[in-house]
Design a protein around this ligand. Structure first.
Ligand code: AMP
Ligand code: GLY
Length: 422
């Protein structure tokens, strides 16, 4: 089977790495890919948010299955265009991708199916939003209602911060003039991933991300500085509760509306004293959570994604390896603010030879035989081990083997799970 993966980050490297191992994969392409992905797939340059261009290329290349990594092409309807052209595709329709594109839509679906979320209000008018803030007892969370690459959310510590966040949204800083103001949930965050074929929902493993740039979860939000799986806070009971109260009802509600969700649903959860609450849905694998899921998946990823795309999940089973997995993001100094591109990264071969270590590339390019940094998040140094502590030690040993003075990473990935270990 000839396969195209769309995207070019660490998530897509992990997907390509897993798909390339499948017996059914005879040719693998990735658009745009990166220097690490180029070791397992042929990288092609394509405007991945342009459905017509992707369809034309896929036809020419006789692609039989497409896996869409990031949300932007999904929201732009590229999966719809591919399916309309008769090319099987893993990834939801544009209508179903609204679960990620619009926070107010997610609240609407959650309300319709009874999935518990934070109390919230939606505003299209700055005066009304500011008046609402004045009625709140505690500083809320203020969100721009649109795709803002993780940057449109302010967890306000003070009333002033909340007002400033509302002002920023209505000043047009996030490309939307709608604000969602939410009650702040208290608890530990975790991510739950589930494959859906529109009807049947199959939970994947759990994971925890580290969204803040600084150790101890401080500093600005990023796309994610590291992840591990499983997430001990997601006990079997909590996972089942989240599946029963949040994920399955939301998938059923989407089907009831005639816009079934087929793909991977990523539920961002807060595990509160009252049980799991939905923070947000994403309509794709998490990055870097996908990397640790891929390392732990014992069965064929391609077969699972095809079963989801083809409505066959009811007969599908997944195997997970019990060993925990961890990934440490190495980012360019300055990220998530401004950073330089083009610095040379050494030591990758030494790092990847270490026991239990797998290197995924996130933002790299090859120039004259050297690997250079081409993005903010650059490498995902990943490892498995008999315990999370051992996996973490292996990952940091690999980080130390990498020679990249222009990069940095957090040194505490996995701390929440390790703090629970006796
Ligand atoms: P989002 O883009 O909706 O995932 O929000 C980004 C981050 O803001 C989340 O990962 C949480 O850490 C935090 N957050 C969002 N909504 C809430 C909430 N209602 N209560 C507490 N934290 C939140
Ligand atoms: N790691 C967070 C995300 O993929 O949205």
């Amino acid at each position: 089977m000839r396969i195209l993966i769309m995207g070019g980050g660490g998530r897509e490297h992990a997907l390509a790495w897993a798909v390339a191992k499948s017996r059914d994969c005879t040719a693998l392409f990735c658009a745009p890919g990166n220097a690490g992905i180029a070791e397992v797939a042929e990288c092609v340059s394509l405007p991945i948010e342009d459905g017509a261009a992707v369809v034309a290329w896929a036809r020419e290349a006789r692609i039989e299955f497409v896996i869409v990594g990031p949300e932007a092409p999904l929201v732009a309807g590229v999966a719809d265009a591919l399916r309309a052209a008769g090319i099987a595709t893993f990834g939801p329709s544009a209508a179903a991708a609204q679960l990620e594109a619009s926070k107010s839509f997610t609240h609407e679906i959650a309300a319709a199916c009874g999935a518990p979320m934070a109390a919230h209000a939606v505003f299209d008018d700055p005066e009304a939003a500011l008046a609402h803030l004045a009625t709140l007892a505690a500083p809320p969370v203020v969100k721009a209602d649109g795709l803002a690459a993780g940057k449109g959310v302010v967890v306000a510590e003070t009333a002033d911060e909340a007002r400033a966040a509302v002002d920023a949204i209505f000043a047009g800083q996030f490309g939307t003039a709608r604000a969602v103001i939410e009650e702040r949930l208290i608890g530990e965050e975790a991510s739950l991933f589930a494959l859906s074929d529109g009807e049947t929902v199959l939970p994947l493993a759990t994971a925890q991300d580290h969204k803040r740039v600084g150790e101890g979860d401080t500093g600005p939000n990023t796309g994610g500085m590291g992840a591990y799986s499983p997430a001990p806070v997601m006990t079997d009971a909590v996972t089942e509760q989240a599946m029963a109260e949040i994920v399955r009802p939301a998938v059923a509600e989407m089907a009831r509306r005639g816009t079934p969700f087929a793909g991977v649903l990523y539920a961002g959860l807060m595990i509160t004293a009252e049980g799991p609450r939905l923070i947000e849905f994403n309509v794709r694998f998490g990055d870097p959570e996908c990397q640790v899921l891929a390392l732990r998946l014992g069965s064929d990823l391609l077969a699972a994604l095809r079963a989801a795309a083809e409505g066959r999940l009811a007969e599908h089973r997944l195997d997970w390896q019990p060993e925990p997995a961890i990934t440490v993001v190495m980012a360019a100094k300055g990220y998530p603010g401004a950073y330089a591109k083009g610095s040379v990264i050494g030591g990758l071969d030494a790092a990847r030879k270490l026991e239990g270590v797998t290197l995924f590339h996130a933002g790299t390019a090859e120039k004259g035989g050297q690997i250079t940094a081409s993005g903010g998040r650059v490498l995902n140094v990943s490892a498995t081990g008999p315990t999370l502590a051992e996996a973490q030690a292996r990952a940091y040993q690999a980080v130390d083997a990498i020679d990249w003075p222009e990069g940095f990473c957090r040194r505490d990935i996995g701390w929440q799970a390790l703090a629970r270990e006796p």
